[in-house]
Design a protein around this ligand. Structure first.
Ligand code: AMP
Ligand code: MG
Length: 418
């Protein structure tokens, strides 16, 4: 048996990063940038006013006050978006709005509150530091600066920055199309009439959702019956995808044909991974495409996907950080386990007085999808342990990213976050 860490290492070693593609920036949200972005110009492009007021020469107004106002001649009214072609000389001012380019000769802006209009002239009622109320060219971004790095996961501010630099398209890594195939004679399609002895193929739905949840594009191949020809045909249809995921047929049952089939089609490893749930796992290449053969039990399929397929999809899409956040939680019950297997137990989490507590969702059978429905996280119990006691601290993989959200802005309350 190989360890979970070893399985992850062997898999990721073989998972390629996909190629690049160009997207309009609004569609690039959440994607991984495939190029460095170098600023093609200064932002702001020119010195401009940070206030509504008057652009002046500082030496004129350095001694201005309410008692001793300084009067200047107003040459023009300059709204944002317009340029004053002339210059500001001694004894002169230009009325200027926020964002308008600073006229030549002016070096300071007096905000309108410190002035008084008087016909074609303005009285300056206060002195201020030289250079005040001016945004300097390039103070936000300098031309030539590397403003975004390849590998960045694109967020709204990045898109705004790209727009400021007039980059309407950007290069990002492709996200994989992932073919999903469920195997088994016992499976019904979701809308098929109910039949005794059959169960609904739920795995195709859970897996497709897990794929989409990490940015992949699921491609449904439906159900392959437990016959070699059917399986082989469906898998070959799946080769249009970048990655294939099957469920069922990888354990030791008589009808577990996936194994035999895959041996013929490509280079396949069949591992017993030292974990529960999800011990059997097939991984390898069919015609150059990675394939994961996950176990059929719904919880095993989901947990194996979490450990092995999700990081693979993220790696293919250009991500460098492939694993979900974990936190430390205090266990609230004793758990006996088999030594030599890493356990992933479905749990609920509770925060109290600065500590997080974890309780299992109850029955942990690998066929019980309800345990995943209730789960906010997966308690990870390491291989070597055989008994973990209530009160011990354990690692928990956070499955629900909204878990630490709050219903009101708790950062504004005196007692701090919940
Ligand atoms: P297998 O790994 O093929 O032996 O499947 C193990 C068990 O998982 C089966 O007995 C089914 O109860 C269940 N199972 C297999 N495939 C699916 C599926 N696509 N959807 C829901 N349950 C499944
Ligand atoms: Mg089966």
């Amino acid at each position: 048996m190989i360890s979970v860490e070893e399985a992850i290492r062997r898999i990721l070693e073989q998972i390629p990063r996909l190629g690049k593609e160009r997207w309009p920036i609004p569609q690039s949200l959440g994607r991984v940038l495939a190029e460095d972005i170098i600023a093609s110009r200064n932002i702001p492009p020119w010195n401009n006013s940070a206030m509504d007021g008057y652009a002046v020469r500082w030496e004129d107004i350095r001694e201005a006050s309410g008692k001793k106002p300084v009067e200047l001649k107003v040459l023009a009214d300059l709204p944002a978006g317009h340029v004053f072609k002339g210059g500001v000389g001694l004894g002169e001012a230009v009325r200027i709005m926020t964002g308008a380019p600073l006229p030549r000769g002016a070096d300071t802006v007096v905000q309108v509150e410190d002035t008084e209009k008087s016909g074609p002239r303005v009285r300056i009622l206060a002195s201020l530091e030289k250079g005040k109320n001016i945004r300097l060219a390039g103070e936000d971004v300098q031309v030539g600066e590397r403003i975004l790095e390849e590998g960045t996961v694109i967020q709204p501010a990045h898109i705004g920055m790209l727009a400021s630099l007039q980059r309407s398209f950007v290069s990002v890594y492709q996200c994989p199309r992932v073919a999903v195939l469920s195997t088994g004679d016992e499976l019904l399609e979701i809308d098929d009439p109910w039949q005794e002895g059959k169960i609904v193929n739920s795995n195709s739905y859970t897996l497709a959702a897990q794929i989409a949840d990490c940015g992949g594009h699921p491609l449904q191949l439906g159900i392959a019956r437990d016959h070699p020809e059917d399986l082989s045909e469906k898998i070959q249809q799946g080769l249009v995808a970048d990655l294939l995921v099957t469920s069922g047929g990888v354990s030791v049952g008589e009808y577990d044909l996936v194994k035999g089939m895959l041996k013929d089609l490509g280079k396949m490893n069949f591992w017993k991974v030292a974990m529960r749930p999800g011990q059997p796992l097939a991984f390898g290449m069919v015609f150059g495409k990675p394939l994961f053969g996950l176990p059929g039990n719904p919880v095993s399929a989901m947990v194996s996907f979490e450990q092995f397929v999700r990081p693979s999809i993220l790696q293919m899409s250009g991500h460098r950080k492939l694993f979900r956040p974990t936190l430390k939680a205090v266990l609230r019950e004793d758990i006996a386990k088999k030594a030599d297997l890493t356990y992933f137990l479905r749990c609920r989490l509770m925060a109290k007085e600065g500590k997080t507590y974890a309780t299992t969702t109850g029955e942990q059978g690998s066929g019980m999808l309800s345990s995943m429905v209730k789960a906010q996280g997966l308690i990870v119990l390491s291989r070597e342990k055989s008994l973990v006691r209530a009160g011990e601290e354990v690692n928990v993989i956070l499955l629900d990213p909204t878990l630490s959200y709050t219903s009101s802005p708790s950062y504004l309350s005196p007692s701090g976050p919940e």
